[in-house]
Ligand binder design. Structure first.
Ligand code: SF4
Ligand code: SF4
Length: 424
């Protein structure tokens, strides 16, 4: 479609949206307008007739009802933005309207008291409107410089009793913004590490990079507590992944009762599991056997089968991967790669992992060019130079040995001599 036709089509769709929005406000059933009003569900639910009054498939609330009026008015009409200080953005519209946005870090895992406090702030300065970002920061919108100043002052002074900032301002531009992370020991049954604890330890150490713009480019950190990689670890500048180092146990006496054995067998990426039969108290029981030599401790079998637990205090820990990104800016998106294969779990502050992450960030900051993401920088200097500059010991664990591994080996005589190479 030619550009003009695309624009025409968009305008047409937009007009339709505006019509829907008008009707939406007038015609909406109050039950749907306040879908999370706790009283509604309670009033409608009768445990003796669970299907009576059942509301289903209503989807999320329509987002436009939560837009601040100035954003609704200028939707699709913004012409420019600038970061006026770390954590504070200014947007200008073709209508001449201006809006300021203050971005604050959050721990993601939040109490209702904390959310109520956010709502109080939004009521005081933003007519009750607030939003969360895709990295779980929050953003407050204000329409004047006076309100902006008052809001910033207020946010700076809010602290938890232990001294931590409740609403640290930052996360814009060439900074370390919030860490995208997972459930950890708070809620999941397959983790090899914790999430919230590690993230707090890292953000404490990197706090100065959250509220400043002193890095060559934005640096995305992410954490996943197992190789399921919920979130963004596979595509982040620096990421932490929880790993196991021992094969799963097999609970022979109950596996046939709690697992679909073929599912467990098919879950293994390395074909390390085979069916078996054992005799327990004179009874034949179906079970599996794991070839420990083939197992790479991914934990997939445990995800499928609760009788194959794999977590282990000493065996579990952190792997650090670097160089991923999702944006197409200058270079294509990249996967992150393993550079540190194992660091033990050290709750509650994970000092070794934190030290290495800070070190990688600082070496990158010192050597990369402006606009270079971590992966761009490494590709320019070469992985061997990355290992030399960061003093990370290179191990065979960083050499791919899975199926398409061949494409990751060096099929060229281009390389740089580094201190890792001994010339005799
Ligand atoms: S990454 Fe793994 S352990 Fe963590 S929340 Fe996801 S599935 Fe659970
Ligand atoms: S942990 Fe992974 S590699 Fe090992 S047996 Fe289970 S599925 Fe296979």
């Amino acid at each position: 479609m030619a550009d003009e036709k695309v624009i025409e089509k968009l305008k047409e769709l937009w007009t339709k949206y505006e019509e829907i929005d008008g009707k939406f406000d007038e015609e909406m059933d109050p039950v749907f307008k306040e879908p999370y009003y706790p009283g509604v569900a309670e009033k409608l639910f009768n445990p003796d007739k669970p299907m009576e009054n059942r509301i289903t498939d209503i989807g999320p609330p329509y987002f436009r009802q939560f837009l601040p009026p100035i954003i609704k008015k200028n939707y699709g009409k913004w012409v420019s933005h600038e970061i006026i200080q770390p954590g504070v953005l200014k947007y200008e519209s073709e209508t001449g309207d201006v809006i300021y946005v203050v971005r604050c870090g959050t721990p993601r895992l939040e109490t209702t008291d904390y959310i109520r406090e956010i709502c109080d702030i939004a009521d005081k300065y933003c007519d009750g409107y607030v939003r969360w970002t895709t990295r779980n920061n929050i953003e407050f919108h204000v329409d004047s410089e006076e309100k902006l100043k008052a809001l910033i002052e207020d946010l700076k002074n809010r602290k938890h009793p232990n001294g931590s900032y409740k609403f640290p301002i930052g996360g814009t531009g060439a900074s370390v913004s919030n860490i995208v992370h997972t459930q950890g020991w708070i809620h999941c049954h397959t983790p090899a590490i914790d999430a919230s604890g590690v993230v707090k330890s890292i953000m404490d150490e990197l706090f100065e990079y959250f509220g400043s713009h002193k890095l060559p480019a934005k640096t995305r950190l992410a954490l996943a507590c197992c190789l399921n990689m919920c979130g963004a670890v596979h595509c982040s500048d620096i990421a932490i992944v929880g790993i196991h180092r021992k094969p799963p146990m097999v609970e022979d006496d109950r596996i046939q009762h709690v697992c679909e054995i073929p599912l467990a067998i098919a879950a293994c990426p390395l074909g390390a599991i085979k069916p078996a039969t054992v005799e327990i108290d004179g009874q034949k029981k179906k079970t599996v056997r794991v070839n420990a030599e083939r197992c790479m401790f991914c934990g997939n079998c445990y995800t499928m089968c609760p009788a194959m637990p794999i977590a282990d205090g000493e065996g579990d820990g952190i792997a650090i991967v670097v160089g991923g990104k999702v944006t197409n800016r200058i270079s294509p998106p990249k996967f992150s790669r393993v550079v540190i294969p194992f660091i033990p779990n050290e709750p509650p502050r994970w000092p070794t992992a934190v030290k290495w992450i800070k070190h990688i960030l600082e070496v990158y900051s010192q050597h990369a060019n402006k606009y270079e993401r971590v992966g761009d920088w490494i590709e320019r200097i070469g992985w061997e130079k990355f290992f030399e500059l960061t003093d990370i010991p290179f191990t065979e664990k960083s050499i791919d040995d899975y199926r398409l591994a061949y494409t990751t080996y060096r099929t060229s005589t281009h390389f740089k001599f580094t201190k890792h190479i001994e010339i005799k």
